[in-house]
Structures are given as C-alpha cells and as structure tokens.
Design a protein around this ligand. Structure first.
Ligand code: FES
Length: 511
C-alpha cells in the first residue's frame, strides 16, 4: 500500500491495500462527511455511524496514506506535552482531563479490537521515561509529581529495559502498542459493515458552507449537514495554520545481533527525544527507534537525520542490520494541546482535529470521541479545553509566522531551457534542489536514471518556497507542512493544488 513518502514503513510491508466495498457518491443529504482516512477520520466515522449518523469518509489516496502509515504507534498516557506543562499552561484540572482522555482512548482502542476481532498485535506494556543528566532528572521529578496529581500511575524504579546508561528512570503502567494499519483496516471494515461509505482515491476540492454543505470532490459532489477535516491541517487559510507547526520525525527498524529487544515502550528526555519499542513482522523481531525531529522543510539534508539516528543506535546496541527506515509528519500545537472542535470561522457545522504532537494515535482516537459527543449531543467535557478557537499566547512562533509572511510573494513562471541551466550538470541522480535561473527560482529533481523534473517551488497554499526532502523524495513546505511528490502532486495538505510543473523537454511551462 502507498504512503506519503518514498521510504517504506515497517507497517506497509505487512498489510495489503484496503479494498473498500463498492462505493459511489451517495445521493441525498448525508449527516457527516469526514475528510481524511487516518486513525482520526476512521475512528470518528465509526463512532458517528454507531451513533446512528449516516457518514461518508473521503480519502484522497488510500486509507493510512498519511501519518497513520508512518507512526510508530505508541499508545501512551504519558504525553509529549507533559502534565507539568499542561498544569502550568492550563490548570491541574485540565491535566486531569487530558490524562482521563488518554486512558479512555487506549480503552476505546482495546474495546474496538475485542468487539471487531481485529488482529493488530495490541499489547499492554510498561513505559519507561529516563533521564541521563541531573538537569533532566529534575525535569523528570516534576513530570512525575504532576502526572500523579493528574491521576496517572507512575513512579521511579531501578531497572531498565535498554542498554543505555540512565540517571533516573520512571515506569508508567498501562501503556500499549499495536500495528496501526491492521487496526485502521479493522475499524474501517467495521465502519463499512455499520453502513458507512468509504471513498478512497477521492480528493475534496472545495466545500461550500451554506445551510447544507456541498462537498465538491474529484468523484462528484456530496451534500451533508456536518463536515469534519481529519487531515491534520485544514485546507484554505485558517487561524490554525499559525497555531500549528509541521515537524518530521525519523524511524529505523533495526535487527539486533542478540535478543536485547525491549519488552516495553521507552523514551529518553533529549530534545528532540528518542523513542523505542519492539515489533515482530513475519516472525522477525525489530527494534524500532525514532527521533531526530525537525521542522518540516528546515533541514537541508534529511538523509543525514537517518545517519545521526543510526549512529545513536549503534552507540548502544549490537546492530545486525537496518532493514527499515522511514520518516513521518506531525503537527506541534503552540500551547501544547491539540485543537479539536469547531473550525475557526465556522462555528456551526465544520469541525477540525489537529495539533497532536507525537501523540497522534491517542489524540486521533480522542478526537473521535470528542467530535462524536459534539455532533450527537452538542457537548463534551473536553470541548472548552481543546477548542480550536481558544485564545492562548503563541510565544516562540513569531519566526514561524514571519517566515510564512516573508515568502508570500507570488512567482510567475517562465520558460525552462534545459541546456541553459548549468545547475543540472552537477546534480547527482536522486538529488533535488532549488536553483535560480534568470532571477527566478525553480525546484529541480533528477531521478535515478537521470530524468529531470522541474517545478515552481511556490507552494500552492500561500506561496512559501518548498524545500527538497531527499529522504522521502518530496517537496516539503516549511510554513504549514504541505508536501508534494517530485512530480508536483499534493501528498499532504493544506495545499489542494499541485505545484506548477515545467515541461523540461519542450521548454514550456505546463500548469
Ligand atoms: Fe502554507 Fe505551503 S504556504 S503549506
């Protein structure tokens, strides 16, 4: 099955593409259209369908194409924004609400697995969070104190599951892991069995928000009463583009020489942190290690992130081979908590769920419950806390906003005579870069056989300049995380339109 990058994740190799039931654009007014077939979209759709709503999921590619196919599928009650931070930024009661929501999310996943008999290697395991310096230890102590106050079972121990020296180590009971695509396929089947319609290979082009919403897709128009964007970041230009920053994280699937695979999930406290778990695929165990996160489009050589991660692993583990490497995208919210609820500017009937940080499986599942409650009963205990319209400071994001504004100038394309661009000559196969030709920027990619592709690097969202991602062979936008294939097609929104493409052979612009 396909994913939004050239590298293959360990999950892709152990499932086949999900085949939807024969599905056509439904006639009549639907209750809810959900855009995006990742864990957020499918969980929400299943819960709403169970609650008696008529739902349609619209997915531009195949389900699991985005971050759900590239996650490492840790199911934590330990969150990226620690309970100490949530208590500080919000309140102790709010930290309790999030802790309870995280627990309910794991419980929902578990009950779906039991109810629908989903074989997805779900396992409950302890989690270990460890410090390696005194400074980290003091942060760890305050995380433990705030977590206990929030109702999470955690304490210090003197044991470890990793061959990595530690200063202090904490254990978190009741964490879990699973195979994200097997789970996703299981709940998608349950959704269809409950009467839901799942349209794959169907892209939403536009939505007209009137009394009923008209969703214009590549396969036809759908009328609905409510619309949910489960696409990370909604399309168009929205407040949320300035409240979420796109990041990439890197993962290796490693074969070890011995049997030192941890029977736990584990995390260090570096910034960015490393995360560890074990997965068995086709009878073979793999250590899955992630880290080296950076803002999307802000790393010149993304392959180097894999090399740094490999060197970290080799420092501590006896590595036999590294059969898997892939990277994936997530969105960091400005104040540490996700945005789930009414889309800013659309208080009535359009919803969004984004800003999950590194807790996508948990917050994606929590989004399903919260949005189901909002749509079915008009209220949720998390509604106010996670309201996408909440007013919170955006400290630290000034540069992010400035960057988006700086590069907003629209560039108009010109001719591209291949022989006049000396930059092409010294490009290695597989390399991409932004070059200037007669004062204009263009994005050039030379494939492994020497074929050249050229695009206008002006992102079709609001015209920031995209940057080449050599690991995933994509053009990534540093502003709001849109990503495009080397041929210019949209891999990840908020952009909806492909990049303008230059016809290299003819020397003409083809838009
Ligand atoms: Fe917004 Fe590119 S300008 S994603």
């Amino acid at each position: 099955m396909l994913r939004d990058g050239a590298c293959e994740s360990i999950w892709q190799t152990s499932v086949t593409e999900f085949v939807s039931r024969a599905a056509f654009i439904p006639v009549g007014i639907q209750d809810v259209v959900i855009v995006g077939g990742g864990i957020t979209g499918i969980t929400t759709a299943l819960l709403l369908q169970q609650a008696g709503k008529r739902c349609v999921v619209v997915e531009a590619h195949n389900i699991g194409f985005g971050t759900t196919g590239g996650t490492t599928a840790h199911l934590n009650t330990f969150m990226d924004s620690s309970y100490a931070q949530i208590k500080q930024n919000f309140s102790a009661e709010d930290a309790q609400l999030i802790a309870r929501g995280a627990r309910q999310s794991i419980d929902l996943i578990k009950s779906n697995i039991e109810r629908y008999n989903i074989a997805c290697k779900f396992r409950e395991l302890p989690g270990y969070l460890f410090s390696t310096t005194e400074e980290e230890s003091s942060a760890l102590e305050s995380i433990i104190a705030a977590s206990k106050e929030a109702g999470v079972a955690v304490g210090l121990v003197n044991e470890t599951v990793l061959p990595i020296p530690y200063h202090q180590i904490s254990i978190w009971e009741g964490q879990a892991q699973f195979h994200p695509l097997q789970y996703l396929h299981g709940i998608a089947k349950a959704f269809e069995a409950a009467g839901g319609v799942l349209l794959q290979g169907c892209r939403v082009l536009h939505a007209e928000d009137n009394e009923t919403i008209e969703v214009i897709t590549t396969k036809g128009n759908i009328k609905c009463r409510q619309l949910i964007y489960a696409t990370h970041i909604p399309p168009g230009v929205n407040l949320l583009h300035f409240r979420c920053a796109p990041y990439r994280s890197y993962v290796l699937g490693v074969k070890l020489k011995g049997d030192g695979y941890p029977d736990a999930v584990a995390y260090d406290m570096h910034d960015p942190y490393h995360y560890y778990r074990t997965e068995e695929v086709n009878g073979e165990k793999y250590l899955i290690v992630g880290g080296e996160d950076h803002k999307t489009g802000h790393e010149d050589n993304t392959e180097a992130c894999f090399r740094r991660l490999e060197s970290h692993v080799r420092n501590y583990f006896e590595v036999a081979s590294i059969p898997y490497k892939w990277s994936s995208q997530y969105f960091e919210p400005t104040d540490g908590l996700p945005y789930i609820g009414h889309l800013p500017g659309h208080p009535g009937n359009i919803y969004v769920a984004t800003g999950f940080g590194g807790n996508g499986m948990i917050y994606g599942t929590l989004s399903g419950m919260l949005l189901r409650d909002l749509i079915v009963s008009g209220a949720s205990e998390l509604e106010e806390l996670l309201d996408p319209n909440r007013i919170k400071p955006v400290a630290g994001f000034a540069n992010f906003v400035k960057e988006a504004a700086d590069v907003a100038g629209k560039w108009v394309g010109g001719l591209f005579p291949q022989e006049k661009l000396p930059a092409l000559a010294d490009m290695a196969p597989g390399e991409g870069r932004i070059v200037e030709f007669e004062g204009k920027k263009m994005g050039i990619y030379k494939d492994e056989r020497g074929k050249v592709y050229a695009i206008d690097p002006g992102c079709t969202h609001i015209k920031c300049t995209v940057q080449w991602n050599n690991a995933e062979k994509s053009w990534d936008c540093p502003c709001h995380g849109s990503r495009f294939s080397f041929t210019g097609e949209v891999l990840t929104g908020p952009a909806r339109k492909s990049l303008a493409v230059y016809d290299v052979k003819q020397g003409k612009v083809v838009i």
